[in-house]
Ligand binder design. Structure first.
Ligand code: 2AL
Length: 171
């Protein structure tokens, strides 16, 4: 563990409850998750915070997923604004910015088909994935049942939340 990590966790441990919740919320806008982690302080290490974050996100409930999804722009749509969430989303979708026109057009069409089929935004952990990989996942997931997709979306949301948390506390 390096000095930066210790400092970030120490600062998090010393925050008021409201400050801690405000720090966590850009990771995922789920009250229960933010409050549970804020109330579980102090954490002796970043690793213990990450473990608690995984546990509290396993799984996110359907209403929690619905609330959190409202904050995620479609794949291929750059989040606007200077707030923390938008900057995180832009960084996660960096691999899509350079994609060729055919893949970009297929993503737009895939998003549309997904929303029509499942009634919500297609969500995937975009960090570390190319546009072609995301398109392949989108195409495959269009064939899923509603129940399968509900579980997959909750799991993708968990992955995004924990990655964002790691970005804050273990940069
Ligand atoms: C996103 C996003 O903004 N970041 C990420 O990992 N996935 N959006 C999405 N619709 O999947």
């Amino acid at each position: 563990m390096n000095a930066t990590t210790v400092t970030a966790i120490d600062a998090f441990n010393s925050m008021t409850r409201e400050e801690a919740i405000t720090t966590l919320r850009p990771c995922v806008d789920v009250d229960r998750w933010c409050e549970q982690l804020a109330d579980a302080r102090p954490f002796a290490s970043a690793a213990l915070l990450f473990a608690a974050a995984e546990l509290a996100a396993s799984p996110f409930e359907a209403d929690e997923v619905e609330q959190a999804l409202a904050h995620h722009p479609r794949i291929g749509e750059r989040a606007s604004g200077a707030h923390a969430e938008a900057a995180l989303s832009r960084a996660e979708q960096a691999g899509i910015d350079q994609t060729d026109a055919d893949v970009a057009a297929a993503l737009v069409e895939g998003n549309r088909a997904y929303e029509q089929r499942f009634g919500r935004v297609f969500l995937i952990r975009a960090a570390g994935r190319s546009a072609s990989e995301i398109l392949a996942a989108l195409t495959e997931r269009l064939g899923n049942t509603d129940a399968d997709e509900t579980a997959i979306v909750a799991d993708q949301l968990r992955q995004i939340a924990v990655l964002r948390l790691k970005g804050i506390f273990a940069p």
